[in-house]
Design a protein around this ligand. Structure first.
Ligand code: ADP
Ligand code: GLC
Length: 502
């Protein structure tokens, strides 16, 4: 008889993040935290996510307590609302008068909020206060992006049992670093010694992100290719040296997607559900999408290829290629539907295009969840010409919706989209390498050429729709990383076991 294999005990995980579905979202971080946390809970782990109680979240029912938390010279009354979402998962929403109760998560049109060091420093402090004072210390703390970068720093400077808790830090985007003037050290109550090359110092400022990278026990990022790319100068954002130094504890775990929220068969934002076997609901989505944008819906318009984008309008997303490609894009026999917001000049660029070609270009500037789903479903092609892309979710959503992605071969886009091969007819999308307007339009033209061959096109659509991007595999990889950092800590012994600086 085979001996019973003992499965390792479930873990108690405390996550700290600045956005998460279903509460607050500006980009993919929210999708990831909002899907990873419940997946871990369903795998049997105890997960608590600490998140700011932003104004847009509104009142939530749950147990509420107030805690006075010190941050440098000041004390803050933090109001914690604990929402028990499902077995094994609870949310701790952190409210604080004057800090999170305003419009916007990180800033407004005038730029980043001036008090972001305090807002996210407090988030980290409250999370650690929770870890210490609630029911037992967690096995591991998982901090996401710069907004949670001080969590590993304070674990490093902590005394007592809190100092023994290991941390994992996930980079969703290395370009956003949380840089603040040196004086913030005092505001945050961080020791001055941390202002060194081995600590938080980054070109004369302090960097929350660097704090996370230096002091976490393990580091992950959101695709394997991006994990490699950030070790080089081109994509290292000035932190590649540090990342190379920490390479032994750095790994890439690809993002999954929430296959319940993003399911063409049951999507509440679509006129009708559809599947790979019956794509008629996709045609209905296309008609509705064109109508929502006020574009023509006559038979020639319905037959014309429709190119969609759902994107933050920032340099990362390759919008300068779209600017430079204008003459060639204008010459395509295609329609565009775009939803996004971001830099004023890119918003303006799209508005101008829509004004110039009202029958061919539809643009909605803003954040609109329902439209994002409709674009994913109703478009024929989905365009992501990113300059860099840590993982990217929209290309996976589009494949699941039978919408063929045209992407640049970078980061997670390179990992998730298999280039179409004309000889065999295999592949899930169209991929270009060079960061140039011509390379992008060449790829779009190649896609349009196959679009005009319906049998071949269907094969690509179906290949994309068959991909499994669900979270299970990646959530298991996170659990493994949690166990790694726990073991590493145990092996190093509790005293002095915290990682050293560079
Ligand atoms: P990033 O996090 O860099 O913005 P991702 O592809 O990982 O890129 O994730 C973006 C997420 O944000 C997706 O869920 C996408 O649908 C959503 N999104 C981006 N812009 C908008 C918008 N204007 N309206 C609605 N959803 C948007
Ligand atoms: C970041 C990245 C994006 C990634 C998302 C979630 O915003 O820009 O590529 O998919 O985080 O990890």
């Amino acid at each position: 008889m085979a001996a019973a294999v003992e499965s390792p005990p479930p873990l108690s995980v405390l996550m700290v993040a600045s956005e998460a579905q279903p509460y607050a979202k500006t980009g993919g971080l929210a999708d990831v935290v909002g899907a990873l946390a419940p997946t871990l809970a369903r795998l049997g782990h105890q997960v608590t996510v600490v998140l700011p109680h932003y104004h847009e979240i509104g009142p939530q029912s749950g147990d509420t307590t107030t805690r006075t938390v010190r941050l440098g010279p000041r004390s803050f009354d933090a109001r914690l609302t604990v929402v028990a979402a499902e077995p094994g998962l609870r949310w701790v929403l952190v409210g604080c008068d004057g800090l999170y109760d305003r419009d916007g998560l990180y800033g407004d049109h005038a730029g980043d909020f001036a008090d972001n060091a305090t807002r996210f420093g407090l988030l980290a402090r409250v999370a650690l206060d929770w870890a210490e004072r609630s029911t037992g210390l967690p096995d591991v703390i998982h901090a996401h992006d710069w907004q949670a970068g001080l969590v590993p720093v304070w674990l490093h400077t902590a005394s007592g049992s809190l100092a023994e808790v290991p941390s994992l830090f996930t980079i969703h985007n290395l370009a956003y670093q949380g840089l603040f003037p040196t004086e913030s050290l005092d505001t945050l109550g961080l020791p001055r010694e941390l202002f060194s090359i081995d600590g938080l110092e980054f070109w004369g400022q302090i960097s929350f992100l660097k704090g996370g990278l230096v002091f976490a026990d393990g580091i992950t990022t959101v695709s394997r290719t991006y994990a490699r790319e950030i070790l080089g100068m081109e994509q290292g954002e000035g932190l590649d040296g540090l990342l190379r130094h920490r390479e032994a504890v750095l790994s890439g775990i690809p993002n999954g997607i929430d296959v319940e929220i993003w399911d063409p068969a049951r999507d509440r934002f679509l006129p009708r559900g559809y599947s790979a076997d019956d794509l008629s609901g996709k045609r209905a989505a296309k008609a509705e999408l064109l109508a929502r944008y006020g574009l023509p819906t006559d038979p020639p318009a319905l037959a014309r290829p429709l190119i969609g984008m759902v994107s933050r309008m920032v340099d990362q997303k390759g919008l300068d290629l779209i600017r430079d490609a204008k003459p060639r894009l204008d010459a395509l026999d295609a329609t565009f539907t775009i939803v996004g917001s971001g830099a004023d000049h890119y918003e303006e660029m799209w508005r101008a295009r829509a004004a110039e070609r009202p029958d061919r270009v539809g643009v909605v500037v803003g954040f609109d969840e329902s439209l994002a789903h409709l674009v994913e479903a109703g478009a024929d092609l989905f365009l992501m010409p990113s300059r860099y892309e840590p993982c990217g979710l929209n290309q996976m959503y589009s494949m699941r919706y039978g919408t063929v992605p045209v992407v640049r071969a970078t980061g997670g886009l390179a990992d998730t989209v298999t280039p179409y091969d004309a000889a065999s007819g295999s592949g899930t999308g169209f991929v270009f390498d060079a960061y140039s307007a011509d390379a992008m339009v060449d790829a779009i033209e190649a896609a349009l050429d196959v679009f005009r061959q319906p049998e071949r096109w269907r094969t690509i659509q179906r290949a994309g729709m068959r991909q499994d991007f669900s979270w299970d595999v990646s959530a298991a990889a996170y659990v493994q990383r949690y166990r790694d950092v726990i073991e590493r800590r145990q092996a190093a012994g509790t005293a002095g076991g915290a990682p050293q600086g560079v």
